[in-house]
Ligand binder design. Structure first.
Ligand SMILES: *[C@@H]1O[C@H](CO)[C@@H](O)[C@H](O)[C@H]1NC(C)=O
Ligand SMILES: *[C@@H]1O[C@H](CO)[C@@H](O)[C@H](O)[C@H]1NC(C)=O
Ligand SMILES: *[C@@H]1O[C@H](CO)[C@@H](O)[C@H](O)[C@H]1NC(C)=O
Length: 364
């Protein structure tokens, strides 16, 4: 699924432009010949470079170096002197180590689609003001993150590690973190400690991992008072995670798991939740009142579940009919018993639920 870096083709186009149309007046004196400088924005991207050019203007603020073939050894010491640089784009290069010589004041670093494995404390300590770190599509694993690597990254708000080799959530993440993206790794466990200090975390994306309910610490999410979005799509959950934090949670994405049981209190206290997606699971029924606390619910998505419209689901019909029109519920289609198969549960008449014999059966 790795996006094809387009360095080479653009490199050829660029050479054509240089040979044919280059205008020497466009290049300012302090701009390296391999780059184009527009004010303090320096464009050295898509040029087939194997190292970062020297002689970059000292007042540079943004460096575009993506789509080249820059190697870890191709980072000059003088880069460190560019004290105004706040953003560096180095995605799609040939880095196999976290870059060195980074400017002290760097706030945003884009390193996607390289082959970086290690994250050490030393590599992060050189950029203490870093706020956004983009490391998607690299080779970072849990053991290749040094213990305490993030201990001085007190401004880090965003950490993106999608499509790496993580087996757990890195420990010791700073309290400043607001967004974590760890989708499409091999995460099979979340310890209670790993997230407990992250009271500023707003968005946690864990889609496409190997999580089942046993792998998630009982209280792993409970401290996340600012969490507005939790996404656990494409995992192996058999029920919703326990003890979700209700203070801020607005979106809960649980589609494409193996959920076949929702305990009665699974969504208790989630009063801010407006979107709940349970599509693509293995649910045949739900306990009465399970959505009772969801005062703000506007989107409830339940498609592709084997709903059995028996007596114990009659409450769902009554609940659906009582909902205000702003609540959009999709996918309550009966897959059984045979006589109601293919019908929307909302449309069933009371006698279709066959409640006479089974009325007193307890809920699952
Ligand atoms: C997290 O929540 C607290 C308490 O509601 C709030 O003071 C703080 O500003 C929030 N953090 C962020 C990053 O929004
Ligand atoms: C669905 O749940 C049933 C038990 O309720 C189980 O036997 C079956 O294997 C599950 N199917 C999937 C695809 O998880
Ligand atoms: C949730 O509902 C409360 C009142 O019921 C409202 O004040 C709040 O803004 C709502 N939150 C969202 C995210 O809609």
């Amino acid at each position: 699924m790795v996006r094809q870096c387009k360095a080479f083709i653009l490199f050829l186009v660029r050479i054509g432009l240089l040979l044919g149309l280059a205008n020497p007046l466009v290049t300012s004196a302090s701009c390296p010949s391999a780059c184009r400088c527009d004010g303090t924005f320096i464009y050295c991207n898509d040029r087939g470079l194997t190292s970062i050019p020297t002689g970059l203007p000292l007042d540079a603020t943004v460096l575009f170096l993506q789509n080249n073939r820059i190697k870890s050894s191709g980072i000059p010491a003088e880069l460190r002197r560019l004290s105004n640089v706040e953003k560096i784009y180095l995605y799609c290069n040939n880095l196999d180590e976290f870059p060195t010589n980074l400017p002290l004041g760097l706030k945003e670093l884009h390193l996607q689609e390289n082959n970086i494995r290690m994250i050490t404390h030393a590599s992060l300590a050189q950029i203490p003001y870093i706020e956004e770190l983009h490391l998607d599509d690299n080779s970072v694993s849990a053991v290749s993150i040094e213990e305490g690597a993030f201990r001085d990254s007190n401004h880090l708000r965003l950490l993106f590690l999608s499509r790496n080799h993580l087996s757990t959530i890195p420990s010791g993440l700073p309290m400043s973190i607001e967004e974590l993206r760890f989708d499409d790794n091999r995460i099979s466990s979340i310890s209670e400690q790993s997230l407990q200090d992250l009271i500023n975390l707003k968005r946690l994306i864990l889609d496409g991992n190997l999580l089942n309910n046993r792998g998630i610490g009982e209280m792993a999410f409970i401290n996340l008072i600012n969490l507005t979005e939790l996404s656990l799509v494409r995992n192996s959950l058999t029920s919703p995670p326990a003890n979700l934090p209700g203070t801020s949670l607005e979106k809960l994405q649980l589609q494409d798991n193996h959920i076949n049981r929702v305990p009665p209190g699974a969504f208790a206290f989630l009063r801010q939740l407006y979107r709940l997606d349970l599509s693509g699971n293995n649910l045949s029924s739900l306990p009465q009142g399970v959505f009772e606390d969801l005062d703000n619910l506007t989107q409830l998505l339940l498609r592709s579940n084997p709903w059995q419209c028996t007596c114990r689901m009659k409450w769902v019909r009554d609940w659906l009919r009582s909902l205000p029109s702003k609540v959009n519920v999709r996918g309550f289609m009966c897959q059984g018993p045979d006589k109601v198969k293919g019908m929307a549960i909302k449309d069933l008449t009371t006698d279709m639920f066959d409640c006479t014999d089974s009325e007193l059966l307890p809920d699952v």
